[in-house]
Write a protein of this length. Structure first.
Length: 309
């Protein structure tokens, strides 16, 4: 029997078989294209990762190089491995111990965190939960301060603190933290509080609770993610602040880590880049530890922080 006279039943059985084979070939081709695309994406991602991490890795390996092999040397592998840079960094500079710089930075960072959490949370509660005349006007003024460059108010602030005798003290660096002067943190907490149900406040008022009880017993426990996020940013910003301490601190025994790092580089005499790199790595450790300890709290919300059950 010829192919042209094949029975309909046989032709019908052959048709689905051909379709299944074609479908399998199409699926294999799609998998190959997906594998090629995925491989290309991962190669591109690795290339970007190398570009981003190269400066950090170079700084880390430079701490083990002599100072005369750091500038102008892009090699990551030290030719002369040494730990002398860390020893020099731990000795301090200008007669001031390394641990003095660390303690000064910790004092400012921890005090900044405490001040931001207390003052900004109270200010945020007032804006988000308390009805008072001119609330919207004051809120707009607060947001407007976020648009004002810091350098515009540097000279007036310095004149005020100098007339008050606060220059060469930590007060100019801390007093704003305890007065809710950081509008960013206030705005962050306001936005979080506005996401909390107002029924919680109403139920507490029915039970006779006032603003202090509502704020301390209801709002604060629920806004833990916002508080921890604010604490992380406040700590990092205070620890890395260079311009503020440079402007107000005159006594070397009060210098913070960023100011101490600058002291290792002198354009007129010899610069110890090795010790500067070593101190920079040591200065990164508290920030990294603080971040890794609280990073799991950065992502959170009301649904996972107290409104269950």
């Amino acid at each position: 029997m010829s192919a042209t006279s094949m029975p309909p039943k046989a032709a019908g059985k052959l048709g689905p078989t051909v379709s299944a084979q074609q479908s399998e070939q199409l699926r294999k081709a799609a998998r190959r294209r997906g594998a090629v695309g995925s491989t290309g994406f991962h190669i591109f991602a690795l290339a970007v990762l190398v570009v981003i991490l190269y400066p950090a890795v170079w700084m880390l390996t430079s701490t083990f190089k002599p100072s005369n092999q750091i500038v102008g040397n892009v090699s990551l592998i030290p030719s002369d491995f040494t730990l002398a840079n860390y020893a020099t960094a731990l000795e301090g500079i200008g007669g001031v111990s390394f641990w003095t710089f660390v303690s000064n930075s910790l004092i400012l960072a921890v005090a900044s965190v405490v001040g931001v959490l207390i003052s900004c949370s109270l200010a945020a509660y007032a804006f988000a939960r308390v009805e008072f005349p001119g609330r919207n006007v004051f809120f707009a003024c607060m947001i407007g301060t976020m648009l004002l460059p810091f350098h515009v108010v540097v000279i007036p602030q310095y004149i005020v603190f100098n007339n008050l005798g606060m220059v060469n003290t930590y007060w100019p660096l801390l007093i704003g933290k305890f007065l809710a002067a950081d509008a960013f943190f206030v705005f962050l907490m306001i936005q979080f509080m506005r996401g909390l149900p107002n029924e919680l406040d109403e139920a507490a008022r029915i039970d006779g609770a006032g603003h202090a009880r509502i704020f301390g017993s209801i709002i604060l426990p629920l806004m833990q993610p916002a508080l921890i996020t604010s604490a992380i940013f406040a700590f990092i910003w205070s620890w890395n602040d260079f311009f503020g301490p440079l402007l107000y601190l005159k006594n070397p025994s009060m210098y913070t880590m960023p100011i101490a790092l600058r002291a290792y580089v002198d354009q007129t005499t010899t610069s110890d880049y090795g010790a500067q790199m070593a101190m920079a790595m040591l200065a990164l450790l508290p920030v990294m530890l603080f971040f890794f300890a609280f990073q799991r709290h950065l992502v959170g919300g009301v649904a996972t922080q107290g409104l269950k059950g």
